[in-house]
Design a protein. Structure first.
Length: 70
C-alpha cells in the first residue's frame, strides 16, 4: 500500500506527519505544495505541541507485507 506523507513543523519545531492512503500518481509537486501551503495558512490542523507553522517535505511511502503461514 502506498501513502502520501505530508511533513510539517509545529510551533515547537517538531515534525508532524499527515498520511493519505492511495495517492494519485504521478504526483503533482505543485499541487502538493499548494495543498500544504493552504493547510499552514488556514491553520486547519494542529499538533499536541501547537499549530503547524511550516511545511517540511512530502514523500510517497510504500509498505509491503508478506504474511507467513505458521
Amino acid at each position: 500500500m502506498k501513502k502520501l506523507e505530508l511533513k510539517f513543523l509545529d510551533q515547537d519545531n517538531r515534525i508532524v506527519t499527515i498520511s493519505l492512503d492511495d495517492p494519485v500518481e504521478p504526483v503533482d509537486p505543485a499541487l502538493i505544495t499548494q495543498a500544504m501551503d493552504t493547510i499552514v495558512t488556514e491553520n486547519c490542523f494542529f499538533s499536541s505541541h501547537g499549530d503547524l507553522v511550516a511545511k517540511k517535505d512530502a514523500r510517497i511511502v510504500e509498505r509491503n507485507v508478506i504474511e507467513i503461514d505458521l
